[in-house]
Ligand binder design. Sequence first.
Ligand code: GUN
Length: 295
Amino acid sequence: MTKLINGKEIAQNLRNELKKEIDNLRSKTGKVPGLAVVQVGNVAASSVYVKAKTKSAEEVGIKVIDHHLKEETSEKELLQLVMKLNKQVNVNGILVQLPLPNHINEQIILDSIHPDKDADGFHPLNVGKLSIASHNDENLLIPCTPYGCLIMLKGLGINLAGKNAVVIGRSNIVGKPMAQLLLKESCTVIIAHSKTQNLQEVCQNADIIVAAVGRPEMVKGNWVKNGTVVIDVGINRIEVKINGENKNKLVGDVDFKEAAKNAFAITPVPGGVGPMTIACLLRNTTIAFKNAQKN
Ligand code: GUN
């Protein structure tokens, strides 16, 4: 029987643990972690994510400091806000929701966030630390989506060492840090992307597939050999006809129904990776808070 990896439940467990930890930290220090959430403009998907992140953060006891800026905000104004938040003592984590409007250089903004307050783990210093395998995971600020995927993989209780892992997608947010995390677990890692030849064959040799390409149902059932673990990071909205009517449907980067026939375990969309990303953001904010207490 294929195992359905329940991201909703695993994320709930992580949030419960974080809530307890934050309660303890409040008792000990009289303070709680603070997360600044910055959104520029009104991209609909970003508004949904920001709302969900804010709600989850508040539920575990994190104080959210909300900055919703207008679309026309200049790069300089946004930089000034980040500088202010870098200095603000009640802010332990800073999250600037991506994408930013075209007139703002995302990398300049991400680089300006103090690495100790980098709730997303996107700052070059944290990216570098992640790639140096000797660093202690517990204090690292690691990109949330790939870390959530790793927690789900580890939860299966299988030995990851020596497994053939194929990560499809080479983004800074998911693909590259995912590959680093799998490498740290001693997997043999391939990062596949739009120029990869024979992707089907590459996938057919994988024990673990992490699909993060943003192409609806690109990974077909026969790309997945028997016993593979499939983690689907994709969230794609497609139109389907139901009873002659066009309806919106959320699908991943994997043809779930077909892939599930061969996989040992698979994440659904929705209810798989999505909730883990948010839970890991709360985890990073708590880590940043604890690190700040040590300084
Ligand atoms: N946009 C899509 N995913 C993310 C994420 O993980 N963090 C931020 N800041 N923006 C995103």
